[in-house]
Write a protein that binds this ligand. Sequence first.
Ligand code: CO
Length: 176
Amino acid sequence: MTLLPIHLLGSPVLRQRAQEIDAIDDDLRRLVDDLFETMRAERGVGLAANQVGDARRVAVVDTTGDDPLILINPEILERTGRQVGEEGCLSIPELYADVERAQRVVVETTRLDGERIRLEAEDFKARAIQHEIDHLDGVLFLDRLSPLKRRMLTKRWQKLRKGETGHIKEVVPPTG
Ligand code: CO
């Protein structure tokens, strides 16, 4: 497995709609492994392929550290209820904001064995799934905020990134 560099806000691939996957092969399986490893090294709860510069429609989620979920060509079939909670994003480190999401979702997704399944999630897991599927559509949590809040966070981001060049962050293995 390999730790992949993460694309940060400003990288065009984050704004791309990811491409449907039509074959589950070794290359995809390797990408899924690398996504999990990179997400865990960064202590994230989800990571989409375009965050590592790969515009394929695949993402991983694990909100408990013991509940790995692979999303391949995922589609939200049902959204019910409403929740507001804090979100961050490995592509926009150090920025957090309250985001409104559906409380519960029903998602159709393909497994690595090729089977198309339906699953249901609520609360934080539903939030993470919605956040990752947004990534696959080129949408970031910033886009879900009020214009005022978005401007504030964008300014803070520019301050944080002052003097930095490029939009790629190397991921280092976790210590301890
Ligand atoms: Co994110």
